[in-house]
Each structure stands twice: as C-alpha cells, then as structure tokens.
Design a protein. Sequence first.
Length: 163
Amino acid sequence: MSYRVCFVCTGNICRSPMAESVFRARVAEAGLGDLVEVDSAGTGGWHEGDGADPRTVAVLRESGYDSDHTARQFQPSWFTRLDLVIALDAGHLKALRRLAPTEQDAVKVRLLRSYDPAAGDDLDVPDPYYGGMDGFEECLEMVEAASDGLLAAVRERMEGRAA
C-alpha cells in the first residue's frame, strides 16, 4: 500500500506544484517511487484545469525538475485516502484543518517548512504569484530545504506501518 502525500497552496499553480515536483524527485532518488504517491491541489478552484504558472515551470526546468501539472481543488473527501497533507502557509493549514472531517484527518495536515530545521519560527512559504522571478526562486529554495526532512519523516512513518 502506497504512502500518499498531497501538497496544498491557494490556487495550485505556484507553490504546491513546485513542492510536488521537488518531492516527487526526492522520492524517486530515494528509490521509493513505487511506494510513495505525490500530488498537489489548491484550497480554491480558481485555476482548476490550468497548467502551472509559467514562472514555476521555468524555475523547475532550470533546476532539472519535471513540471507537468494540471491545477485542481482540494476536496475534503480526499482525507480518507491521504496519509499526509502538506500546507504551504499558515492560512492553508487553517483552511485544511477546518475542512478535515475528523480530528484524525486534521492531524494529517502539516506545514512544509516544519520539516526544515533551519526555518526557525517563520514556517510560511511566501506566495510568489504577484512578484518577479526572484520570488519563485526563493520558493524553490524553501521547498528544497524542507524536502529532505519531509522525506525522512515519510520514510519513518512507512517503517512504522510495516512494524
């Protein structure tokens, strides 16, 4: 049985598809591609059916990541099939925990940067949408910095399941 992770931001065209691409690459590099499913969604449906923001695609491609993506809106019914729901900022965290049908589902929601020991108290990944390319590059740096810790946590949870 796969371990399922979903990254969530506002519109699912900038931060969450970036996190999805980076984490999927980390999972593949770790040889866990057949064991961990990675996807993403938005708290809102404004961009459903759209591809990722061209700036997200450019930053991902420049860094060697896959950038194939179609935006969608997170649905509360998904909690039953997901093991971990990763919010990109505190607003997403609150919105997702409100959507959670049960307390067990609410506990599945975590902030991405909580997996980066160097993040300190600022756990939000800022929304780069209204800025320039530097915001997208900063977003990628934050996502990459948290991905190793997230991978370690997923690995630990998977081992706990097998025990």
